[in-house]
Design a protein around this ligand. Structure first.
Ligand code: PLP
Length: 381
């Protein structure tokens, strides 16, 4: 089996699983308990906080472990908006993940917020002039993703932050796809909040983190025993926190940078091969400013779902859009926002991979050409 759907999820890395094991077995304590087992758990939680913070240029005291990226996005947007309502005005983009868009819609519905959803250009890059036009001195929050899950485009977060900082507006970055794949530093970017998720970078599903800059406070979503400085009540998942920390440590180690360079080059070669070999192939997202290991296309005249099924029959797993929208027959709002027609958007296929798959990519470009041809012929007969 060849798994080329890493933007949907990744397998847990062996080192990560091994680092978690003691916290399921020997050191299974509750981090709030006042005895040696509890102290061991609290110590592990602190190590995980420090390690996550170090990997992402953040502050250990600002790390709040969550149940994943969705919870981190909800906690950031609702949490900051409710703690600092200011003008009850939020700026985000049309191509955010539903975890962001639905959190904003919730604030509109129940708390009277106004949300400006800024558009993107054909490459999926946010229109900075539109951000400038809608930002107000009393804007509560700007929420923007570091990189898009469907089209891989990397956003100009530093430029957005500079515009927002000029007006004293806090910025939240959804870095769920980017953490571990791009060089990210909260301090370097100057943003107030960042969301990450374990299962996109070799840690398990169901663990993530919200990183807050010093001085950024949130109204908690979870009320209860006051764990994690009252920002996220609930007995902490120590094994998950340690796993997330180890996965980030591995992904951001200096040795990983070499692999990333190789992956960037391989991605560009693969994209060129697909565009050359598959008639009617169109790249979606930005040609170069995209996540390493992320290639997304439309293949005019076929349904992306049929291509996915045909490739799956050959034991190759890809996605026909984002996993969150899977099962939906509607064209992807992200592709529509890029100006792609609904018909073309339904032909979308996303191929996401890491260095281990590089040797197979040339054959995959051929397989795509063959499969797209087969599906087109079936459509004609
Ligand atoms: N944000 C982005 C950009 C994502 O791609 C995803 C998941 O695909 C999420 C948020 C949600 O993360 P999780 O699956 O950990 O809830």
């Amino acid at each position: 089996m060849l798994y080329l759907d890493r933007a949907a999820t990744t397998p847990v890395r062996r080192e990560v699983l091994e680092s978690m094991w003691p916290y399921f077995t020997r050191d299974f304590g509750n981090a709030s308990s006042h005895h040696p087992l509890g102290f061991a758990a609290a110590e592990a939680a602190q190590w995980a906080r420090e390690t996550v913070a170090e990997a992402l240029g953040a502050t250990a005291s600002g790390v709040v472990f969550t149940s994943g990226g969705t919870e981190a996005d909800n906690a950031a947007i609702k949490g900051i908006a409710l703690a600092h309502p200011r003008g009850r005005h939020i700026v985000t983009t049309e191509i955010e993940h539903p975890a962001v868009l639905e959190s904003c819609a919730f604030l509109e519905r129940f708390f009277g917020f106004t949300v400006d959803r800024v558009g993107v250009d054909a490459s999926g890059t946010v229109r900075l002039d539109e951000i400038g036009a809608v930002l107000r001195t009393d804007t509560t929050l700007v929420s923007i993703m570091a990189a898009n899950n469907e089209i891989g485009t990397v956003q100009p977060v530093a430029a957005v932050e500079a515009m927002a900082a000029g007006l004293g507006v806090p910025v939240h970055v959804d870095a769920v796809q980017a953490a571990g794949s791009l060089d990210l530093s909260m301090r370097g970017l100057g943003v107030e909040a960042m969301s990450i998720s374990g299962h996109k970078l070799g840690a398990p599903k169901g663990v993530g983190a919200l990183l807050l800059a010093p001085g950024t406070t949130i109204e908690p979503l979870m009320h209860g025993g006051g764990q994690q400085q009252g920002r996220r009540s609930g007995t902490m998942d120590i094994a998950g926190a340690v796993g997330l920390a180890v996965a980030l440590q591995l992904a951001t180690a200096p040795s990983a940078a070499t692999g990333r360079g190789v992956l960037v080059e391989a991605t560009s070669v693969f994209i060129a091969a697909v565009l050359e070999r598959v008639p009617g192939a169109v790249l979606t997202g930005h040609r170069t400013r995209r996540l390493p290991g992320h290639a997304s296309f439309c293949f005019d005249g076929v349904s992306g779902e049929s291509v996915l099924v045909e490739l799956a029959r050959r034991d190759v797993m890809v996605s026909s859009g984002s996993a969150c929208a899977a099962g939906s027959t509607d064209p992807s709002p992200v592709l529509l926002a890029c100006g792609i027609s609904p018909e073309r958007a339904l032909s979308a296929v996303r191929v996401t991979f890491d260095v281990d798959a590089i040797a197979e990519l040339d054959a995959i470009a051929d397989a795509l050409a063959e499969v797209v041809g087969t599906v087109r012929n079936l459509g004609r007969s």
